[in-house]
Design a protein around this ligand. Structure first.
Ligand code: 1PW
Length: 241
């Protein structure tokens, strides 16, 4: 994947963070998972001020998990040499979180179940329920990018990204949202740019190029999503309040 000069969002970075989140087993590593979200936030911010507004919600959620990780490391005696534990911009390799509770999705689940931070009946600000919100939003993004990567049928007209984004939302995340949030989110779709804008964002010339790049992104998201889903499902955490 090519570097795209002159812009914040880099699709190559996104894919490498997503791939780095896959440990050799079936776990998802938290630091690269959150870095993937950092890159996705840049992507969302590039879609205009309205989408940028809802991406703040994602930033809050990733920030919360990072805070929990930080507290966990501090309770273990802190990070060496003043290094940030799971801060944004912290190096992906040479992690300070190797032994921490928030090293991976599965280590977080185990630790939070043990500490009693997870509550199955009422809202707590656990990392698990926060991850679940990110996880559901990731499905929306995956569906959207998947639809955007599909070539229009021969002779058929390509549908607008705005329509595809709305459709993806209705098929996934919307069922978890209140009426009010749904209205607000659907407002943001109206101003979503056209296809050529997305081509530029992932540095390709045409639909064919976009299909190649987006397939790579979708494949990487799918694997991360599937592993997270299995881990949450095994612990009955797919409906955490
Ligand atoms: C191209 C556009 C695709 C954007 C997909 C990613 C953004 C999804 C964020 C939507 C957030 C809307 C406002 C907040 C809703 C929260 O109530 C909700 N959060 C999420 C991430 O769904 C649930 O979190 P809560 O209230 O239970 O803490």
């Amino acid at each position: 994947l090519r570097e795209c000069p002159g812009q914040d969002f880099q699709v190559s970075q996104l894919v490498s963070h997503l791939r780095a989140a896959l440990d050799p087993g079936t776990d998802v590593l938290m630091q690269p998972y959150l870095s993937s979200w950092d890159e996705l936030i840049k992507f969302l911010n590039a879609l205009g001020p309205m989408v940028g507004l809802i991406s703040q919600e994602i930033k809050d959620k990733t920030g919360l998990i990072r805070e929990l990780a930080q507290q966990d490391m501090e309770s273990r005696g802190g990070c060496d040499q003043g290094a940030r534990c799971l801060g944004s911009g912290a190096p992906t390799r040479g992690l300070q979180t190797d032994e921490g509770s928030y090293h991976s999705v599965r280590s977080m689940i185990t630790a939070e179940l043990q500490s009693g931070l997870v509550d199955f009946h009422q809202l707590t600000s656990s990392g698990c329920r926060t991850l679940l919100r990110l996880h559901r939003a990731l499905l929306w993004l995956r569906l959207f990018l998947q639809k955007l990567g599909e070539s229009p049928p021969p002779g058929g007209r390509a549908r607008s990204p705005s329509d595809l984004c709305r459709e993806a939302y209705q098929e996934s995340l919307s069922r978890h949202h209140t009426w009010l949030v749904r209205r607000a989110v659907e407002l943001a779709f109206i101003a979503i740019p056209d296809r050529t804008y997305f081509f530029r964002l992932v540095c390709v010339q045409n639909q064919q190029g976009a299909t190649l790049v987006l397939n790579k992104v979708v494949r990487a998201i799918t694997e991360v999503y599937a592993r997270t889903e299995v881990a949450l499902e095994e612990h009955g955490m797919l409906d955490l309040p």
